[in-house]
Write a protein that binds this ligand. Structure first.
Ligand SMILES: Cc1cc2nc3c(=O)[nH]c(=O)nc-3n(C[C@H](O)[C@H](O)[C@H](O)COP(=O)(O)OP(=O)(O)OC[C@H]3O[C@@H](n4cnc5c(N)ncnc54)[C@H](O)[C@@H]3O)c2cc1C
Length: 436
């Protein structure tokens, strides 16, 4: 059997652009800019586009080639982020008025990314295909039904509960005990979406430089601008935006203590025979399950392949063949008939988690702006918060967000994350298996 490629499936259609031997940083970067954005993913580029359209001089830098992070390695499932919350728990924690504002902004994010893609004419197969979330146990189905009722009532989100007896109209699998359908959720090709955003940003006059790792951000006094340090070079910037999400590193202790990187992995299959695909995913939606350590999957656009993801196995190195074997097993647990279909790609990326499970946007005590912490739902959120923070930097009212005033707690045990995350995941897997 052929050995799978070890790069993002999406890079085949949208290769990352970078010079093989880039010039030294001093020759590529200016010494001064109005705005410097750290991170050239969805957040950084969406922000840069807004800022450039408002006439700002913008430099976006990335430690890797632009798009090296999660933005070109994700599942391309586009939701409101609201599925991250248990609505009743959110209301109990925040009060109904605040909870409604947060949930409604989630809906706005989904509409917003669709509008942006249409306005900018980005060719990335954005489709309102709908999402089916399969219940792994009857109790999960009941809990989902209550949650969907709350979501529909408070945020006006359309949904349908699909009982097990009817689920073959949604998915050719007997693994689930029914599930929830969110017809408004969407899918896109994240590589081509990123490529489109990058092209629009460059057209708008944004300067984007890859292989430019920030080593530190210095602020002499609030309001006096910042000096961004690279290896052997420095750039003075009136304003700095950190858009590094799960790759946050080199941008100071404030964010390091608040963002926990968690690795998520995916596999892509070869062509699935048409009759099998029609049975497996008759409506070509995006899919996931209800476990704490969940998996998610979808048909790839314009073809007959499946992209299937979940948490990475804690195997070192991540390039070891066993690192992705659990995903192939999970795929077969959903669709046993796919045993003969080969895996062609295995890849992974880092998502940025926060202590309170909310994304955050704002500025630290030195006036360095940030937008990050999407907790695994970043296609719509990164686009939305990138634009919000840019409007806020411009002092525009569109920059206001229901997420503005949330305290941004540090992780008390952040330094222990490399050991703690695998332990917590193992505990969650145990609970998923034992249903407790
Ligand atoms: C495997 C996987 C599957 C996912 N699936 C989905 C999905 O289906 N739907 C969904 O909504 N979300 C999904 N996500 C999450 C989503 O991809 C992210 O939330 C989103 O892409 C974050 O975008 P970003 O621009 O904030 O960060 P990123 O795209 O991660 O970009 C951050 C960039 O910052 C750069 N950087 C970091 N530090 C520095 C430094 N010091 N100097 C210079 N550059 C630096 C990095 O190189 C990186 O390119 C998934 C994520 C992964 C990993």
């Amino acid at each position: 059997m052929a050995i799978p490629a070890r790069h993002s499936f999406w890079w085949d259609a949208a290769p990352l652009r970078d010079a093989a031997l880039p010039l030294p940083l001093a020759a590529r970067l200016p010494t001064r800019t109005q705005v410097l954005v750290v991170g050239a993913g969805f957040t950084g580029l969406s922000a840069a586009l807004v800022l450039a359209h408002a006439g700002r001089q913008v430099l976006v830098v990335d430690a890797g080639p632009p798009g090296f992070g999660a933005s070109t390695r994700n599942g391309g499932q586009v939701g409101s982020g609201n599925q991250k919350f248990r609505v009743a728990a959110l209301v109990a924690r925040m009060g109904e008025r605040k909870a409604v504002a947060l949930l409604r902004e989630g809906v706005e994010m989904l509409d917003g990314i669709e509008r942006l893609i249409a306005e900018e004419g980005i060719d990335c197969d954005f489709v309102r295909c709908g999402r089916f979330r399969g219940a792994m146990r009857p109790a999960h189905y009941e809990a989902m039904a209550r949650d969907m009722e709350d979501l529909g009532r408070l945020a006006g989100v359309g949904f349908e509960m699909v009982p097990k007896a009817d689920q073959h109209r949604e998915i050719g699998s007997d693994l689930f005990c029914g599930g929830a359908l969110l017809p408004g959720d969407a899918s896109l090709d994240p590589g081509r979406y990123h490529q489109g955003l990058l092209a629009r940003a460059l057209d708008a006059g944004v300067r984007v430089e890859g292989q430019a790792r920030v080593r530190g951000i210095e602020t002499a006094a609030p309001g006096a601008g910042h000096v961004v340090r690279f290896d052997g070079h420095a750039v003075a910037a009136r304003e700095v935006l950190v858009a590094t999400n799960g790759y946050t590193c080199g941008v100071g202790a404030y964010l390091r203590r608040r963002i926990v990187p968690i690795v998520s992995a995916q596999i892509a299959t070869g062509a699935v025979p048409a009759d099998l695909m029609d049975r497996a995913m008759p409506r070509r939606r995006v899919y996931g399950n209800s476990n704490r350590v969940f998996f998610y999957f979808r048909p790839a656009p314009r073809g007959s392949r499946i992209v299937f993801g979940g948490r990475a196995a804690h195997v070192r190195p991540q390039s070891a063949p066993s690192a992705h074997a659990h995903l192939a097993r999970a795929l077969l647990s959903v669709f046993p008939d796919l045993a003969a279909v080969p895996v062609t790609h295995v890849f992974s990326g880092a998502i940025g988690y926060t202590n309170d499970n909310f994304p955050h946007l704002g500025a630290d005590q030195d006036g360095v702006f940030h937008a990050l912490g999407y907790c695994g739902t970043g296609v719509s959120r990164a686009t939305h918060f990138g634009r919000k923070i840019a409007w806020r930097m411009l002092g525009r009212p569109e920059g206001r967000s229901a997420f503005d005033d949330l305290p941004f707690p540090a992780h008390p045990l952040r330094a222990l994350a490399p050991v703690g995350v695998p332990l917590v995941e193992a505990w969650y897997r145990l609970r998923d298996r034992g249903n407790f």
